[in-house]
Design a protein around this ligand. Structure first.
Ligand SMILES: NC(=O)c1ccc[n+]([C@@H]2O[C@H](COP(=O)([O-])OP(=O)(O)OC[C@H]3O[C@@H](n4cnc5c(N)ncnc54)[C@H](OP(=O)(O)O)[C@@H]3O)[C@@H](O)[C@H]2O)c1
Length: 257
């Protein structure tokens, strides 16, 4: 039996990874800040699928939280075969409306934690000659969209670069770039979603199925769903100035839902 560690496992995309991997028979290490919610999730997945689910309470915006998860990933006696770096969040407000503390927190969770956890996991995986890492980015990585888009652009570039450096070692890395997914993300960030058209919303379970299929195919970047593949094709040929005008408005309506 293999083991997968998922950060941000208790809601949204992370919870969809947990459901799917448990259904496929993988043991899980579930990571988030809310211990009670982690415990309920572990019990439910164990009871439904007969897998072992450990819980690790960790705030990935802190050194202590990152150290805790990195130590679990480096544990040679209890190897982790698949790491899903998924924990993340949005900040309410545009550039300069967001406090510097919140901007830095985002870089800590989206970049520093992803770097340190990927490194802890892949060092151990390289020794064993096998393993996989999925780093959850966003299609915002490809458009000008504040610190959020910039941090996700880092995730894509870092992951694809590391995938090349580790080619031939048996360790696979893939950046996952979803479009809009109905999760707790927008509500937590205080973002209204009524200006996002229905056709732009993706289902978390279908997204995860497509991502895992792309990982199995050896892709280093997964943009699930034909709608977003087509949109990202358009993004490549759209001038940056026009793109910035469109993307700074879409899905950034702050305030009551
Ligand atoms: N939803 C979208 O439209 C969308 C689109 C593209 C990319 N993404 C990316 O997908 C990932 C997952 O987002 P989601 O939409 O599934 O969000 P979500 O529903 O809000 O879930 C976020 C998860 O991350 C955990 N988390 C948040 N901050 C954390 C921290 N500091 N330390 C540890 N765990 C933390 C939360 O649990 P606790 O609160 O208990 O810690 C929760 O389990 C993020 O990286 C996001 O940027 C989302």
């Amino acid at each position: 039996m293999t083991t997968a560690l998922i950060t941000g496992s208790t809601a949204g995309i992370g919870a969809a990874f947990a459901r799917r991997l448990a259904a496929d028979g993988h043991n899980l290490v579930l990571v988030a800040r809310n211990t009670a919610r982690l415990g309920e999730q572990a019990t439910e997945l164990h009871d439904r699928h007969g897998i072992e689910a450990e819980v690790l309470t960790a705030d990935l915006a802190t050194d202590k939280g990152i150290d805790t998860v990195a130590a679990r990933l480096a544990d040679r006696k209890n190897p982790v075969d698949l790491l899903v770096n998924n924990a993340g969040f949005g900040n309410k407000g545009r550039y300069l409306d967001v406090s510097m503390a919140d901007e830095l927190k985002m870089l800590k969770v989206h970049c520093e934690a992803v770097l340190r956890l990927t490194s802890a996991a892949t060092e151990a995986m390289r020794e064993r000659g096998r393993g996989g890492v999925v780093n959850v980015a966003s299609v915002a990585a490809f458009v000008p969209r504040g610190t959020y888009g910039a941090s996700k652009a880092w995730v894509v570039q870092f992951t694809q670069g590391a995938a090349k450096d580790l080619a031939g070692t048996g360790v696979r890395l893939m950046a996952l770039a979803p479009g809009f997914v109905r999760t707790e993300f927008h509500e937590r960030a205080g973002m209204g979603t009524d200006n996002i058209p229905n056709w732009m919303w993706l289902d978390a379970d279908k997204l995860v199925a497509a991502a895992l299929a792309d990982l199995a195919r050896g892709k280093s970047l997964s943009i699930p769903d034909p709608r977003y593949k087509a949109l990202m094709g358009l993004v490549k040929i759209t001038p940056q100035a026009v793109l910035g005008g469109i993307t700074s408005k879409t899905g950034r309506k702050y305030g009551p839902q």
